[in-house]
Design a protein around this ligand. Sequence first.
Ligand SMILES: C[S@@+](CC[C@H](N)C(=O)[O-])C[C@H]1O[C@@H](n2cnc3c(N)ncnc32)[C@H](O)[C@@H]1O
Length: 234
Amino acid sequence: MSKEIYVRNIFSAIARQYDFLNSLLSLRFDRSWRKFAARVSEVTPKQRVLDVCTGTGELALAYASELDNRTSVIGTDFCFEMLAVAKQKVEKQKRPHAFLPIEADTLKLPFSDDTFDVVSVGFGIRNVSDIERGIREMTRVAVKGGRVVILEFNQPTAPMFRSLYLFYFKKVLPFIGNLISKNQDDAYGYLPRSVMQFPDCIRLKNIMGACGLQDVKFYRKTFGIVAIHVGKKK
Ligand SMILES: C[S@@+](CC[C@H](N)C(=O)[O-])C[C@H]1O[C@@H](n2cnc3c(N)ncnc32)[C@H](O)[C@@H]1O
């Protein structure tokens, strides 16, 4: 089975429990990580923002709260069930037009070159079958000087914390996640496996540089559990 189909199946299966489990398993830190990712992009109220692999729209909504009343964030994802949850959330918002979810593949974004001031991805690029192609595509649709923002899990480096965390991440989290989501395909075992294979902060910075981004900076959060990379399109 291709990675694309595998990933889409996993997210279709857990879409309804995704937000709840995210909050529970991250002890609600996920909200502050997304808020930080929106702030550090230095987005201004009228700017055009695209959030790819938007899923249930949590990062897109963090961006929407930084924009003015007439500006919308576009969120794309290739998983219908995740977008269905996003759409339900949009309807409950005070400003329903603040976020527009659209079905699209991150590797073939349906937008012209140089369209968005900020192109973001939260916990998504790791799942894309070709990470470098995904970042190139995000860069293509950003304007010159526009920011590409990547929020992703990472591996903590401090030895004591690292061993404790890896025990939680590899053993406890998959057990609780699969149990609560009633997933029989080990969807929450896929999470640590994919994080272990994901490039570390320096490598990701270099990949972003090779994809046409400059001044790439990264910020580690919560003992290095996640990192936020920001680069500017040349
Ligand atoms: C872990 S979720 C992240 C959701 C959201 N960004 C967040 O911050 O919680 C990853 C999402 O990436 C999507 N995804 C993975 N590969 C994709 C691709 N090639 N094109 C579009 N969406 C993709 C999945 O469908 C899933 O909804």
